[in-house]
Design a protein. Structure first.
Length: 268
């Protein structure tokens, strides 16, 4: 498709670039209108379903962080199983660890964190196989461990999953074909677990304190306007009134025609 004007010829590539810039603005979620558009986009993705062809779009929306948008993306599905239809790969895991590293503890919506943990749990269920897909580093282990909430304790569901993943990673130690990097990762994962379980210790002793500064994601997101069901909206009232007025006019016209026809019959 080519669009012509007096100053420039817009090719399909130009139009696609404009569309991409507009979508990037929507996904930035800096205004209420953008958030509302992103919610609609996320609902559309939810209805299309997750496939190997479109999963990067789901990852992109997950990176937004706005919890209204995430709710629309996940819908009624179990967040831990959200990516279960896709075999974990290096690209997905890079995005997951990137989000864990970028966000402070408390800076990730619980459902977003659950989606990420679900991917990691599936990947490192067999630790050695997971390491072959994505050879995580000590920094990656810190990015995961920092999202432990010591105040919530061991009974917290997210804490349990993180501890389970750390336990799987710690099993990389002592494998026959292990490397020095693999062993360092395994030892560090085990140290974080031990410090979390030991009431006399704290994970601040094994994770740099600067990484453990807590934040609240809700303070950094823009809220959409309150949604109103169409039946309760002003537009619905206007439409109902218009239909009622149209029906009255139609009824009056019908009565007029009936009277007219009746008068003609009386003349005959």
């Amino acid at each position: 498709m080519v669009i012509l004007d007096k100053q420039k010829i817009y090719t399909s590539q130009d139009i696609a670039k404009i569309e991409n810039n507009m979508l990037s603005g929507i996904l930035a979620c800096r205004t209420q209108e953008a958030v509302e558009a992103a919610i609609t986009y996320a609902r559309y993705l939810n209805k299309t379903g997750l496939t190997y062809e479109n999963y990067p779009l789901f990852v992109k929306v997950l990176e937004i962080g706005n919890h209204w948008v995430i709710d629309a993306l996940i819908g009624e599905r179990d967040p831990f199983l959200f990516f279960s239809s896709i075999k974990p790969n290096y690209q997905i895991l890079t995005a997951c660890f990137g989000l864990l590293a970028e966000r402070h503890p408390g800076g990730l919506y619980a459902k977003s964190l659950s989606v990420i943990l679900g991917v990691l749990q599936a990947t490192y269920n067999v630790p050695e196989d997971g390491y072959k897909i994505y050879p995580l580093t000590v920094s990656d282990v810190n990015s995961l461990g920092k999202h432990l909430d010591e105040e919530a304790g061991q009974e917290d569901s997210l804490n349990r999953v993180i501890l389970d993943i750390l336990d799987k990673v710690s099993q990389l130690e002592g494998l026959e074909e292990h490397t020095r990097d693999m062993e360092e990762v395994a030892i560090h994962a085990n140290e974080i677990r031990n410090h979390f379980y030991d009431a006399t210790k704290t994970i601040k002793d094994v994770i740099p304190p600067v990484l453990l500064v807590r934040m609240d994601y809700r303070k950094f997101e823009v809220a959409p306007r309150k949604e109103v069901p169409f039946e309760k909206s002003k537009l619905y009232d206007k439409e109902a009134a218009a239909k009622s007025a149209t029906a009255k006019k139609a009824g009056a016209a019908k009565q007029a025609r009936a009277k007219s026809e009746g008068g003609e019959e009386n003349k005959e």
